[in-house]
Design a protein around this ligand. Structure first.
Ligand SMILES: Nc1ncnc2c1ncn2[C@@H]1O[C@H](COP(=O)(O)OP(=O)(O)OP(=O)(O)O)[C@@H](O)[C@H]1O
Ligand SMILES: [Mg+2]
Length: 445
């Protein structure tokens, strides 16, 4: 596989619809080992729900399923979603089936039984075709195209904002806990827009000493201060025509904030030691993991600057609120690091996955990325198991011990806590509790 196709495959989202759990698992395993982001479901009804709440590039569906046939799904997708390819698979290969599938709009057809190679080749040719089409259309690049993984509704909203922000030069403020992808989003906005051929210049407001920051940002003239032997341009000028990324803006001093405000309002800067204004066309993107509104209340952040930088406001949800994105990210990093290291792609045991899903992820995507990298590096067999996980990775559920309650009360509270820890996702809760969803539903009743 050439490099470009591989990059695409990592970001390619596939939904597998099949009523046979075995078939689903086999297909999912093969596709995930190639680095595709895969979700599965067992019927057309569930598929329809998933495709309205998440984005997919390809839907692989079985033809014959109880109640609603795969053809209905094909028809729905063809009528309602463009840019989604469909591949029909069937265990009853018949000419009629194939003809009907293709008439309905499933361009691709795969007869069971198929080998892993046949499946991957079919999918690969679809990926290549879509990549060519998208490049040919000069498609405006969404977050997905820059390696930001996420199918959850909240991340889809972020991708929309990235697209919108890329089209303008309005100032953007990105907020979110540490490790949620703020810098990744800032870069995507720059590279998604018309400024992409000019520089993206990241500056961390906390990393530069207070007495130097002004000259670093705005530049200085020769002899402006002791040590300024030669004139220098600052980051604003270097990013002219492009984007200045001001990271940790919440830590900027009030003095610096006043100068930034002037730069934004007047679109001009003054070099240290000079009184002549220099015109700049630098787009600013700011990021912070602090709550700027609270800082304003404490008098530590200028309200006028806040409104100036908050023209487009992107807030990144913590990983624990992104639902199944966690699984997509695990697969993405697992394939990526295995490839980097030249290792075979390991799989995760169900128990290990359950633990990862139940964890609180205070360090968000960065923490997950580092962990998966370490696990892939250390993995000696084919599977990463519960015992391979660090001991710190305990579920966040805490049960206060009280010795005066009935077993039923105790159980009810435990179930509620588990559910809360996974944002009410019953599938994940059932996985943690090691009961099936039906049992969980009964217990909830
Ligand atoms: N949705 C995502 N898909 C893929 N990789 C991601 C995603 N979000 C974050 N990452 C990766 O996680 C790491 C942390 O992301 P990034 O540095 O952008 O976070 P941040 O919010 O700026 O963190 P901090 O607050 O610590 O500065 C990076 O390696 C980034 O590539
Ligand atoms: Mg950052």
């Amino acid at each position: 596989m050439d490099k470009e196709t591989h990059i695409q495959s990592e970001l390619f989202r596939i939904l597998v619809v099949d009523d046979s759990a075995d078939a689903r698992e086999v297909i999912q395993t093969h596709l995930e080992d190639e680095g595709y982001a895969v979700r599965t479901c067992s019927c057309v009804e569930e598929a329809l729900q998933l495709i309205t709440s998440s984005v997919f590039d390809l839907i692989i569906t079985d033809l014959r399923m109880p109640r609603v046939s795969g053809l209905e799904l094909v028809q729905y997708v063809r009528n309602n979603l463009k840019d989604v390819e469909i591949m029909m698979i069937t265990g009853h290969p018949s000419i009629e089936g194939a003809v009907e599938a293709i008439k309905t709009g499933a361009e691709h057809y795969l007869a069971k039984p198929f080998t892993e190679r046949e499946l991957l080749e079919a999918v690969r040719s679809i990926v290549e075709k879509m990549t060519r089409q998208r490049l040919a259309h000069g498609e405006s690049l969404s977050g997905q195209s820059y390696g930001i993984i996420g199918a959850s509704a909240s991340m889809q909203q972020v991708f929309k904002l990235i697209g919108k922000a890329g089209d303008t030069s309005a100032t953007v403020n990105i907020s979110g806990e540490s490790g949620t992808g703020k810098e990744l989003v800032a870069r995507s906005i720059h590279y998604a827009g018309k400024r992409r051929s000019a520089p993206f210049v990241p500056v961390n407001c906390t990393a530069i000493p207070e007495n130097l920051i002004e000259s670093e940002l705005f530049g200085h003239v020769k002899g402006a201060f002791t040590g300024a032997g030669t004139a220098r341009s600052g980051f604003f000028a270097i990013a002219d025509g492009g984007t200045l990324f001001l990271d940790e803006i919440g830590d900027a001093s009030l003095a610096l904030q006043a100068k930034l405000l002037r730069a934004i309002q007047e679109k001009t800067i003054y070099k240290v030691g000079s009184s002549s204004a220099v015109q700049i066309d630098t787009r600013m993107i700011c990021a912070t993991n602090k709550n700027l509104v609270q800082l304003i209340d404490k008098g530590l952040f200028r309200e006028d600057l806040y409104y100036r930088i908050n023209v487009i406001d992107i807030s990144l949800p913590p990983l624990r609120e992104r639902g199944d994105d966690l699984l997509l990210l695990i697969n993405h990093f697992r394939a990526k690091f295995a490839k980097d290291l030249g290792h075979p792609v390991p799989s995760f045991s169900d128990e290990a996955l359950q633990h990862l899903m139940a964890y609180h992820w205070p360090g968000n995507v960065r923490e997950l990325e580092n962990l998966v990298q370490k696990l892939v590096l250390m993995c000696e067999g084919e599977t990463i198991d519960l015992m391979d996980l660090p001991s710190t990775l305990k579920p966040t559920v805490s049960i206060t011990k009280r010795l005066d309650r009935s077993l039923a009360e105790y159980e009810a509270e435990y179930i509620r806590e588990v559910l809360a820890s996974v944002q009410g996702n019953k599938t994940r809760a059932a996985a943690i509790l090691k009961i099936d969803r039906k049992t969980l539903r009964e217990k909830l009743r």
